[in-house]
Every structure is written in C-alpha cells, then in structure tokens.
Design a protein around this ligand. Sequence first.
Ligand code: NDP
Length: 434
Amino acid sequence: LHRNAGETEFHQAVHEVLESLGRVVTKHPEYADEALIERICEPERQIIFRVPWIDDNGDVQINRGFRVQFNSALGPYKGGLRFHPSVNVGIIKFLGFEQTFKNALTGLPIGGGKGGSDFNPRGRSDREIMRFCQSFMVELHRHIGEYIDVPAGDIGVGGREIGYMFGMYKRLTNKYEAGVLTGKGLSYGGSRARKEATGFGCAYFVQRMLETRGQSFDGKRCVVSGSGNVAIYAMQKVLSFGGTVVAFSDSDGYVVDEAGIDLDLLKDVKEQRRERVSEYVARRGNGARYVKDGSIWDVPCDVALPCATQNELSGPDAETLVANGVLAVGEGANMPCKPEAVRVFQKAGVLFAPGKAANAGGVATSALEMQQNASRDSWSFEKTEDRLAGIMHNIHDACADTAVEYGAPGDYVLGANIAGFVRVAEAMRAMGVI
Ligand code: NDP
C-alpha cells in the first residue's frame, strides 16, 4: 500500500482481482507464488512527462502526460489514451492493470498498458486539440512502436485525436508504421468496425448472458449511461437486438426519452456538433426530458449498461435498480460499478458482466486492426464484426466455464479474473523472473 500511496482506483482494481485468486491457489498450488503475484501488480515501466503547448490566446499551457506499460508477457503493451482533467497516475495504473487481464481474455497476443493526460479537451478549438496531440506525441513517440507498445483511444481520445497523433508520429520517425496506433481513420490504415467495437461487443456479451436464462434484448427497456463512443454503439446494437433505450447521459445530466431514443439525432448532437445531451432534448421535441441533478439509475429498466466512467454506479444506485427489477448489468466502461454495487447485484441474482470481459471488444478489434496492418490488408465490415462477435462469445463462455470450474457458477467476475490471471501467470512463469 505505501508503495502506491493515495492511488485509490488502483487499490480497488487490484483488490478485486486478488480477492478472486483464493480459489486458484487452492486448485493450482503452483500459483501460490507471492513473488509472481507481486510482479503482476507492479507495472513494468511508468513514464510521466511534461506536455507544453500554446493555446489560441498565445499562452503557454502545461499538462502532464502518462504511459504505464504494465505487462508484456502476452505481447506488446496495448491500451488506450485518456484525456480528462481527472487523470492521474493511480487512474492510469488501475486501467493498465485491468487491461492486462482483459487483453488476456481476448485470446489475442497483446500485453497491457494505458496512458493519457490531465488535459481537458472540453471547449478547446480543433487547432488547440491538434497542438496538444502533437506535443504529447513529441515525448510519447520514443516509447511506442508496433512491437513495443500500441496505444488507442479512450475517454476524450477518438478518431480526430488519433489522426493528429499518428501524423506527428509519422513525421517524427520518418516511418509509415501503421501498427503503432489503433482506432485510426479508414483513409490511413484503420479497421472497419473499430469505432463500433466496444459498444457492440458489450451488447453481444450481455445478449449471450441473457440467453443463459432463456432471455434476450428483444422488448427490453435499457438505460445506458454516457453518450460517448462506447455508449452510442452499445445503444445501436441494443436497438438492432430489439431493445428500447430510454435514458442516456453526459457528465452534466441525463435524458429520459420514454418514446425510445432517436439515435441519429444523438449521433448528430455528439459526433458531428460535439454538443451536450441537453441539446438532444431541445431538438427532439417529443416530451423527452433532461434531468440536471440526480442519478440516471433511478430510471426503471430491465438492462443497465454503465458506459461512462469508473465508480459511476454506487451501492444505493444498485439497490434502486434491483428494486425496479433489473435483470442484467453489463459494464461498457472500466470499473463503473463500485464494489458494494457489484455485491448488491450478485446477492440479488442479477446477471452481472464485469468490464474487463464485457468491454473487451474494443481492444480485440484493435488487435484485428494490427493484424490487417501487418498483412497490408483491409477487411469488410461484416468480416470484422463476425470476428468480434465470435471473440465476445468466446470470452463469455470462458468466463462462464471458469466460474463453473472454480465452484461459482454464474459469477462472471470470478470467471473473468481467474481466466485472465491464469493466461498471464502461465506466460510469466514460463519466462522466468524478468
Ligand atoms: P468518450 O470520451 O467517448 O465518452 C465518455 C462519456 O462518459 C461521455 O458521455 C462523458 O460525458 C462521460 N463521462 C466521462 N467522464 C465522466 C465523469 N467523470 N462523470 C460522468 N460522466 C463522465 O469515452 P469512451 O466512450 O471511449 O469511454 C467510456 C468508458 O469506456 C471509459 O470507462 C473507457 O475507459 C471505457 N472503454 C472504452 C473503450 C473504447 O474503445 N473507447 C474500450 C474499453 C473501455 P462528458 O462529455 O460530459 O465528459
């Protein structure tokens, strides 16, 4: 604890994984190796750097950049970059730690890493975003590469930011190294279905989980928090599965649209105009309402998909959802449910999909982007989505089967933690103490 003082989110993530490991060491005493577990919790490398840039007024701004290269036992470090004012080393470490097990669950050859900056993109002009991304890459480019570390997007980093960073990497290195970043645009080496992958994958996972109880999304009421990349494409897939989305949010408030969301309108508000969700209500004109304060989880639903950020769903929120009859919860975001909320869902018998399994579709499709780049190929949307659906079904089944094998049927948290841990631990043991 003293070594990682004050890093609350990192402690929370490590605690959750270690809690699941008791059953592993009983069954496989070879993993009862404290030094191995200590190494798994210690990042291989952490880089913290200054990011100076000039805003539109000509003033110099200074932000802090991070890249935590957590674990490369299974492949090059892989994980997104987050630009949000709340970013600090504890948040990046929690995300990198989770990423290691998530990436292992995909079955693809990728290690775990994460990075970002406390830069706040909100209200910044396009040129400011570009200058920031370029300055960020001036330092980051020394630490990444197709065979070293392959960043992607996360909160505050989408196609526009990846484009600016890729351009600067290309200029600095004088190399067209397409596989150095994923989430690229289609015109310069991106993969079809990458933008949709995390949200689609989450819906695929939850659909399969519902099937274990003879249910599906068809006819279900869904609440999805957030309105960013993950949330929008989770909603799109829920709609295609026959569900209705009645509420979504941003960090200022939430929208309830009892008639069912108009996704084209939301995409126009968020993706084209980069506006707030309150604008959706202003333009929808059908009685949809905007709630500034309060919790989106008060809106009754059959399926809840938290897709905004960590710790956004509390114990009392979980109790409200259970009282309102929620059937399933799928974490599109990373660690959005507080530990006490997870306990409430599990105690009530609600199907619960943890983020490291349910949102792994994004990084899996990033690995497919790397495959396409390495083979100088470009797959169709259908082929890529088919691969994604297959990977999500495999992850679901690996979690469910592992939970059964370790005596806790239906416990997807335990299943995901153990299945991910065993894959990473096996590779680390084989490579000796490095
Ligand atoms: P975006 O930046 O596209 O969207 C984030 C959404 O969450 C926005 O609606 C944002 O609202 C809201 N949000 C962000 N921070 C907060 C906060 N502190 N409180 C309340 N709302 C907040 O990010 P993504 O959709 O890419 O990421 C969402 C989550 O999914 C994150 O946890 C991320 O780590 C996870 N994830 C993302 C993957 C990807 O492929 N993009 C892959 C796997 C996981 P506002 O606009 O007001 O800030």
